[in-house]
Design a protein around this ligand. Structure first.
Ligand SMILES: C[S@@+](CC[C@H](N)C(=O)[O-])C[C@H]1O[C@@H](n2cnc3c(N)ncnc32)[C@H](O)[C@@H]1O
Length: 224
């Protein structure tokens, strides 16, 4: 699993809790989950805060202090999600930063636009997070972001809309406008979107519908 911008650790502390529960339930070694998570943040303060959170969670699950610290260091790195070299993932989950194009460093904006397919010089930074997150998905991988939903209708979202409709399956969109989802007020039309990497052949509205149709086809072929 990859968390692209972990901030103070709201998501990864829950992820760590679930991984620790799995270790205890299955009698695994802590080593067994050492490659299960990778989280990034460019801010040193955020990385320190997240590592602290994760250490506390692991220690509460009886992981020794040294091992908890080493897992937290391995999992959480101070790096730019867009340019870091990251492993492919089954899940990319997070809350990317929203930064208007006009507030982005222009050389960084040019660099991202040069290698990401949906990014133009006028895009908000979160478009780069979608692009890079989708790049990292393994076959059948799932990306779930809580993020501004403006890309679904505005000009700078056109390439991302095209990319998702060509090569992915948008499973769910939950619009959160008007709900107090964040600790501080957010005026950016937040929504949760879930996208799967599916072969175009299977690209139908939902995975269960796809499987249903596929199973029906198989049954009818067997019956012939
Ligand atoms: C919306 S916050 C994430 C909040 C997080 N879910 C939490 O629990 O605090 C966005 C985070 O993105 C980080 N960020 C901004 N640009 C980044 C980049 N290029 N790569 C990685 N992290 C970045 C910021 O430092 C900030 O901590």
């Amino acid at each position: 699993m990859v968390e692209p911008a972990c901030g103070s650790g709201a998501f990864i502390s829950v992820i760590a809790e679930r991984l620790a529960a799995e270790v205890l339930l299955r009698g695994l070694s802590w080593q067994a989950i050492s490659c299960a998570l990778r989280a990034c943040d460019i801010s040193e303060t955020a990385v320190t805060a997240s590592r602290r959170e994760v250490c506390q969670v692991l220690q509460a699950a009886d992981c020794g202090k040294k091992y908890a610290e080493s897992l937290a260091e391995q999992w959480i790195r101070q790096e730019d999600f867009i340019s870091a070299s990251l492993p492919k993932a089954d899940f990319v989950v997070g809350n990317p930063p929203y930064v208007r194009a006009s507030a982005l460093n222009s050389s960084m904006r040019d660099a991202y636009a040069s290698f990401l397919p949906s990014v133009t010089r006028g895009c908000d930074l979160y478009i780069s997070f979608y692009d890079q997150g989708l790049n990292l998905l393994r076959p059948e991988g799932v990306l779930c972001f809580i993020c501004a939903d403006r890309w679904m209708q505005n000009g700078y979202g056109k390439l991302l809309r095209g990319r998702i409709s060509d090569a992915f399956c948008l499973e769910s969109v939950i619009r959160l406008q008007g709900s107090a989802m964040f600790e501080s007020a957010v005026s950016a039309y937040p929504a949760i979107t879930v996208s799967d990497l599916l072969p175009t052949f299977f690209k139908v509205g939902s995975r269960s519908l796809t499987l249903l149709i596929f199973s029906a086809l198989l049954l009818s072929v067997r019956a012939c």
